[in-house]
Design a protein around this ligand. Structure first.
Ligand code: SF4
Length: 451
């Protein structure tokens, strides 16, 4: 919802002083009065701000005409011509010795990630002598972030929870990552006389359109996501009143509050509700007032089935509370799970359904939300699975250091058993082929040492 001009001014000056901790709550919202355009009552509309931001002369979101060179460089650094090629040619199955590999139908780099990285490469090509900053990891993959660092595209340091925007100098180039950036950071950049390279994935921008629609219609956005994730922080910054729920359990708690304890008879108090969601609500959130009209949005990479279940649960709760005939006045929803994340989840589902699979490798950054969703699918099915982000997690010898879906790191010896083995491989949307191939090579090494 709109923010007053006075508040906008204080946001800009706070941004200029770099006083935003991350994650940060949104300013409290007020009722909308206009339909898109800046209202006569001088309200700040993040949608209109972004519209103007994208029309600045120092703003670019498509690249600089160096697409072919950039894609070639990326292929040289992240592609693999050997093993991955063989896997693709053999219908995603490949056998060597006692190891049979089964690769998911959809895996690895999505078009959104490829687009994001390509635009960053083009920026490097276009501005060879300028300092280039990233406001965050460009994607959640350590190999890609390290390679960009070696190219002089560096992530802004964070000190005491604050990004060091004062390091950004006049004429520098600032790249916004695939997850986008909060509106407050965009406002700050407009004060800095820098080139802005916006690589925000269009799927993320689609979610922003959803929450903007909620704001205009005076619906509270219920965002299925992780409140500390960069994408959700950015999305929340474009929302008006919002509440972020991490999973179906939190959504059930929310719906129980809406229904006054009708779900399990243990409705919480307002104080308990606000305490539970204290990091996940807009400022001034009042559950007794702000849950009368709600819209569903999501972090693009959450588990598709869970987002759908949350949507259905909230919709049915609103029907019970306000009547089926009034539902359109109290609930709206749109499909905003991205196709690429969904395709990788569907492919992983097929792999875990394959009875011949002995273990699964889940490959992707440890802070990659879409890879975490793949690990959830494997763990919930009870399949032996190892989530790793690079071949460096394997060894010495037959040891692996892997992550579980709730974040625990586990070391395991003798993780590759002796004898014939079927290994399923799935990889998050930010994982280059080269990383997958390097991991497979390590598995073959271990098998060779067992002979
Ligand atoms: S996973 Fe989806 S939202 Fe994320 S970068 Fe890829 S296409 Fe975009």
């Amino acid at each position: 919802m709109p923010i007053s001009l006075q508040l906008q001014a204080s946001l800009i000056s706070a941004a200029a002083r770099n006083e935003f901790p991350f994650p940060q709550p949104r300013p409290s919202s007020q009722p909308l009065t206009g339909e898109g355009a800046p209202s006569k009552s001088a309200e700040f509309d993040p949608k209109i701000f972004r519209h103007n931001f994208m029309r600045r002369n120092d703003y670019n979101r498509t690249g600089y005409g160096h697409k072919d060179e950039s894609l070639k460089r990326m292929r040289d650094q992240y592609s693999s011509d050997n093993l991955m090629q063989k896997l693709k040619e053999n219908g995603k199955e490949y056998r060597r010795g006692e190891v049979t590999l089964k690769l998911g139908e959809a895996y690895g780099f999505c078009w959104g990630v490829e687009r994001t990285v390509r635009i960053a490469y083009e920026a490097r090509h276009q501005f060879p002598d300028r300092t280039i900053w990233l406001t965050n990891e460009i994607i959640h993959n350590p190999t890609v972030n390290q390679t960009l660092g070696e190219m002089g595209v560096n992530i802004l340091p964070v000190k005491d929870g604050k990004k060091q925007f004062d390091l950004v100098g006049k004429g520098d180039v600032v790249v916004l990552p695939a997850f986008g950036a909060p509106v407050q950071e965009m406002m700050l950049l407009t004060q800095k006389n820098v080139e802005i390279v916006d690589t925000t994935c269009p799927w993320v921008a689609k979610v922003w359109h959803s929450v903007e629609k909620h704001r205009k219609g005076e619906y509270t956005s219920i965002i299925h996501g992780k409140y500390a994730h960069e994408e959700t922080i950015a999305t929340a910054s474009f929302a008006g009143t919002y509440l972020i729920v991490k999973n179906i359990k939190e959504a059930t708690y929310l719906c129980d509050y809406i229904l006054g304890g009708a779900l399990d008879g243990s409705s919480s108090t307002k104080e308990a509700f606000l305490e539970k969601f204290k990091f996940a609500i807009s400022n001034g959130f009042d559950p007794d007032k702000d849950l009368e009209r709600v819209g569903i949005a999501n972090q693009t990479t959450m588990l598709k089935g869970e987002t759908e279940d949350i949507g259905k649960l909230v919709e049915s709760s609103m029907m019970r509370r306000y009547g089926v005939e009034n539902i359109s006045n109290h609930f709206i929803s749109a499909k905003t799970i991205c196709d690429a994340a969904q395709a990788r989840q569907d492919a992983t589902q097929k792999l875990v359904d394959d009875k011949e699979v002995d273990l699964m490798l889940v490959i992707g950054g440890w802070n990659s939300s879409n890879t975490a969703s793949l690990q959830v699918i494997a763990e919930e099915r009870g399949i032996l699975s190892y989530w790793i982000d690079s071949e460096k997690r394997i060894g010495p010898g037959n040891r692996i250091t892997h992550k579980l879906m709730h974040g625990e790191l586990v070391e395991k010896e003798e993780w590759v058993p002796k004898g014939p083995i079927n290994i399923a491989i799935t990889a998050g949307a930010s994982t280059p082929d080269k990383v997958i191939e390097d991991i497979i090579a390590k598995v073959f090494e271990i098998k060779r040492d067992q002979e």
